[in-house]
Design a protein around this ligand. Structure first.
Ligand SMILES: C[S@@+](CC[C@H](N)C(=O)[O-])C[C@H]1O[C@@H](n2cnc3c(N)ncnc32)[C@H](O)[C@@H]1O
Length: 469
């Protein structure tokens, strides 16, 4: 039996604003002890289901926010945080932390980002904004009148006969509600599910048809959360083209999410970190194909999981993107909508640098104005194949319009720019090639480029990166 424990030589966990070491395992099975060096703070606010956490400040200073109250802390102080209360901490300090019982998957619910760690832009903007924005965020006795308005609108919209929903005046009302919804405070979430957008996976499969036998394909999934999307993409590619050498990287800003994803182990009984039914879209036969099952736990099969590289990083930071190197396919879904539009635009422009010439980017779950602007500016060519199916393909996004900021507006072909606005997949064509496939008007009129490469045309002129290998 061990009596003396030393600090492990390498960190047991790191976050954007801290690094931690776990002692043991101790012989007391119901206790876990950590040494934590806090540089900025814990990156998310959380609510513990069962664990009581006790912190002792060895040095430095900072503050704990517990149940909405702020407590300044310094050396020699002990902080006890019981379950079921929202808390977080910020500062520059060294701590000893006790968990009783030990940490277990599913204990923590993350409620919002800590702005001290991830920055105001990512967490949310609480400062200023237009008068209308501030009005939209007003609270009366803790309740938001605008939320009530949006919920009512959503209910009306959900029950509207489709013959009425297409009328211009009705659509305008929906557009207005969604504009209001987009002014609300945004916060990140881990929500994800397996096979979330089937037409998108099918489009990826079709792109592979142009890949030479035995070729090499580089794919990166950004904002991967607990891994469902990266595993879905790996499954699609590896089952369609086992001959291809696939390098798949997946990145998320959250250390917890990446650790979870890396394990590839999920509970059927509980939604764990994500708060979504992650198997909702998976059929029983696909469950058998994707997972090994042991009671209530499933594990991603090794032929799918093998070789995926998992990274913790903020994809808004240029160094993180530079570290990944050029990619043939970049998937950036459902995290840019949680940023305010200027931050999302900056982040998407940074992500764009990842896409190799003639490579593809899949980006959904983002304000359509932001995506359209970046696509136009960078000369991305919208893929027309399966455009409408991919747009309709994510049940969550379509269901959330118009009442929630993450909702996706119904495709409207009356718009002159509908192809570029509603495409979620684009090809990055860095130079003018031959035939005209899209009219300039759709791509923003005054664009300097006058001709665009045909997309998925199979015309034999391809210089697709996947063909080259
Ligand atoms: C709603 S989940 C989406 C998961 C998955 N992409 C999907 O579509 O199912 C958003 C994820 O993006 C991550 N994220 C948010 N901002 C990020 C950033 N700047 N860099 C990397 N990941 C980020 C969050 O931690 C979260 O896990």
């Amino acid at each position: 039996m061990a009596y003396i424990y030393s600090l492990p030589t390498s960190a047991s966990f790191t976050g954007k604003g801290l690094v931690g070491y776990t002692f043991g395992p101790l012989s007391q099975k119901d206790v876990e002890l950590y040494y934590v060096e806090v540089k900025k703070g814990h990156d998310v606010f959380m609510i513990s289901k069962k664990i009581t956490r006790t912190y002792y400040i060895l040095s430095g200073s900072g503050y704990f926010t517990i149940g909405g109250h702020k407590y300044n802390v310094g050396p020699g102080m002990l902080i006890e945080v019981p379950p079921k209360i929202e808390y977080c901490y910020s500062g520059r300090m060294t701590l000893i932390a006790f968990s009783k019982p030990r940490w277990f998957s599913g204990n923590d619910t993350f409620t919002k980002w800590n702005a001290d760690v991830v920055g105001q832009d990512l967490a949310y903007r609480t400062d200023g904004g237009s008068l209308l924005t501030r009005l939209v965020r007003v609270r009366l006795f803790g309740k938001s009148p605008v939320n009530a308005f949006l919920r009512l609108n959503q209910r009306i919209w959900d029950n509207l006969p489709s013959s009425l929903a297409v009328l211009s005046a009705v659509r305008l009302c929906g557009d207005f509600s969604h504009k209001v919804a987009r002014m609300q405070v945004r916060s990140q979430a881990f929500a994800t599910l397996f096979l979330r957008n089937r037409p998108e996976l099918e489009l990826i499969r079709r792109l592979l048809e142009r890949t030479a036998k035995g070729g090499h394909l580089r794919v990166t999934v950004l904002g991967c959360s607990t891994g469902a999307e990266a595993y879905s993409v790996a499954w699609k590619i590896r089952s369609a083209r086992p001959d291809i050498k696939l390098t798949l990287r997946a990145v998320d800003i959250s250390k917890q999410a990446v650790e979870f994803a890396k394990c590839g182990m999920y509970s059927i009984a509980s939604s764990q970190l994500t708060d979504t039914q992650i198997f909702e879209a998976v059929t029983p036969s696909e469950m058998e194909e994707l997972f090994h099952r042991n009671g209530d736990t499933v594990t991603v099969k090794s032929w799918i999981k093998e070789g995926i590289e998992w990274h913790v990083g903020d994809v808004g930071e240029p160094e993180v993107i530079d570290g990944l190197g050029p990619q043939d396919i970049v998937v950036a879904n459902n995290f840019l909508c949680h940023m305010d539009p200027p931050s999302a635009e900056m982040c998407l422009r940074n992500i764009a640098r990842l896409v190799s010439p003639n490579g593809y980017v899949f980006v959904s779950g983002i304000d359509l104005d932001v995506r359209t602007k970046v696509a136009r500016d960078l000369g991305w060519v919208p893929l027309e194949e399966l455009l409408e199916e991919v747009h309709e393909g994510d049940p969550y996004l379509r269901r959330y319009w118009p009442g929630r900021y993450a909702g996706l507006e119904p495709l409207n072909k009356k718009r002159a720019d509908w192809r570029i606005r509603y495409a979620a997949a684009f090809q990055f064509v860095p130079r003018v090639i031959s035939s005209l496939t899209l009219c300039n008007e759709e791509l923003g009129g005054g664009s300097e480029r006058s001709e665009w490469v045909p997309v998925l045309s199979g015309d034999g002129n391809s210089n697709h990166p996947m063909d080259a290998n």
